[in-house]
Ligand binder design. Structure first.
Ligand SMILES: [Fe+2]
Ligand SMILES: [Fe+2]
Length: 225
C-alpha cells in the first residue's frame, strides 16, 4: 500500500474493460481493508458488549464476500487484481486518529460505519448506475448488492453508538465521536443518497447535517492535515 492513489475512473468513463477492472480493483481493495479493520477492531477491543463483537464479525464476513465478488468481476473482465498495485491506504490511514481517541470503539464506529461506509452509500449507488450505463450489468449488480448491505453496516454503527454514547441524538453522538481529520464532510460522495441513509435509520437532522457539511478547505478554515 502507498499513500494516495491513481485516479479512480470517473463514472462516465467506464466504456473499456480496463477502466471497469481498474475501478473494480479499487473497490475490491477498499473491501479488503474493511475486512482487516473489522478484524482489527475485534482484536483491539475485546471488552465491548458481546453483541457488538458479533455484529463486527458479521460485517467482516460481508466485507469478505464483497471483496470476493469484485475480484470475480475483475477476472471475468480478463484482468488480475494484482495488475493494479500499488493500492491506496485509504482506510488504514485513519487508524492513528481512531487510536488517539479516548473512546476507541465509538471512534471506530463513527469513522468506519458513519463516515467511510456512509460515504460508500453514495459511491456504490453512483457506480452501480455507471456500470449499468456502460452495459456491464454484472458489475452493476455487485455494486447494487454492496449498496444494500452497506445500509445494514451503517445501521449497525448508528445503533451501537446509541448504546455506547450519552449524547441524545445521532448528530451529537457522531460529532462527539468522529476522530479528526474525519468529519461529516467526508461522510458522503458526489451524489447524495438520502433515502439510503433513512433506510439505515439515521435521523433526518443528522442526514441534513451531513448533506450540508463542507470540508475545512471549502470553508477556508485552516487546519493541518
Ligand atoms: Fe463492503
Ligand atoms: Fe461495509
Amino acid at each position: 500500500m502507498v499513500a494516495g492513489a491513481t485516479p479512480l475512473p470517473r463514472p462516465g468513463r467506464l466504456g473499456t474493460r480496463e477502466a471497469r477492472a481498474r475501478a473494480l480493483a479499487r473497490f475490491a481493495h477498499h473491501e479488503l481493508q474493511a475486512v482487516e479493520l473489522f478484524a482489527y477492531a475485534l482484536l483491539r477491543w475485546p471488552e465491548v458488549p458481546k453483541g457488538l463483537s458479533l455484529d463486527w464479525y458479521a460485517v467482516l464476513l460481508d466485507e469478505q464476500r464483497h471483496a470476493a465478488l469484485y475480484l470475480e468481476r475483475i477476472e471475468a473482465l480478463g484482468f488480475r487484481f494484482e495488475a493494479f498495485a500499488p493500492h491506496s491506504d485509504y482506510l488504514w490511514k485513519h487508524l492513528p486518529a481512531i487510536e488517539a481517541s479516548e473512546d476507541g470503539p465509538s471512534a471506530f464506529l463513527a469513522a468506519m460505519g458513519l463516515t467511510l461506509e456512509q460515504a460508500n452509500l453514495d459511491f456504490s449507488a453512483l457506480y452501480r448506475d455507471a456500470f449499468a450505463e456502460a452495459g456491464d450489468s454484472e458489475s452493476a449488480a455487485v455494486c447494487a448488492l454492496v449498496h444494500r448491505e452497506e445500509i445494514g453496516h451503517v445501521r449497525m454503527a448508528a445503533r451501537w453508538l446509541r448504546e455506547l454514547r450519552p449524547e441524545p441524538d445521532d448528530r451529537g453522538r457522531y460529532e462527539a465521536s468522529v476522530p479528526f481529520p474525519l468529519s461529516a464532510a467526508r461522510a458522503k460522495g458526489r451524489r447524495f443518497e438520502a433515502a439510503a441513509r433513512r433506510a439505515a435509520g439515521l435521523s433526518d437532522d443528522f442526514i441534513e447535517h451531513v448533506r450540508r457539511a463542507r470540508s475545512s478547505q471549502e470553508t477556508g478554515r485552516s487546519g493541518s492535515s
